[in-house]
Design a protein around this ligand. Structure first.
Ligand code: FES
Length: 142
C-alpha cells in the first residue's frame, strides 16, 4: 500500500466511523414515541346509556344487567355496580329484587347490595364500584 492508498483508506474509515452511525441515529429521531400525543383511552371508566335498549332492564326498580364482570342494579333507590364474580369460587352472582341481595347459584353464598357477605361459604365481599348518574348516563369508575 502506497501513501496515497493509505490516506484514501483512512479517509474512507473516517467516513464510515462518523457518517454511517449518524445516518442510523437520524432514523431513530424519526421514530414516533407511541406515548407522545397519543393519550390512551380511559379504560377505567364504563358508561351505560340508559336510553339504549340494551339496558332496558335497568328502567325499573329491581332490574339489573351484567356487563362483563359487573352487575349493575336498579335498586329502586338508585343504581349500584358490583363485581358479579363470586369471591368463593368465581361463579356469576345474580340479583334478587325480592330479597334485595345477590345470591350465588353455585354454593349458596349471598351478598348484600354493599357487597358484604351475608351467607358463606364466600368469606370476602364483592367489589363495589363508584357510580354516578347524569341524565341517562351512568358512569362507573373501574
Ligand atoms: S362460587 Fe359462589 S358460593 Fe361458591
Amino acid at each position: 500500500m502506497n501513501r496515497r492508498e493509505l490516506i484514501r483508506n483512512i479517509a474512507a474509515g473516517t467516513v464510515t466511523m462518523f457518517v454511517v452511525p449518524a445516518a442510523f441515529t437520524s432514523c431513530e429521531d424519526d421514530l414516533v414515541d407511541p406515548d407522545d400525543n397519543n393519550d390512551p383511552p380511559d379504560d377505567n371508566i364504563l358508561t351505560i346509556d340508559l336510553s339504549d335498549d340494551k339496558y332496558s332492564n335497568l328502567a325499573s326498580a329491581g332490574g339489573f344487567v351484567k356487563e362483563g364482570d359487573l352487575i349493575i342494579i336498579n335498586t329502586g333507590d338508585g343504581f349500584i355496580a358490583l363485581s358479579n364474580i363470586c369471591t368463593h369460587q368465581g361463579c356469576s352472582v345474580s340479583y334478587s329484587s325480592e330479597d334485595n341481595n345477590l345470591p350465588c347459584p353455585c354454593h349458596g353464598s349471598v351478598f348484600s347490595t354493599t357487597g358484604s357477605v351475608l351467607e358463606g361459604p364466600a368469606e370476602n365481599p364483592l367489589r363495589k364500584y363508584e357510580l354516578s348518574q347524569e341524565g341517562d348516563i351512568l358512569t362507573i369508575t373501574l
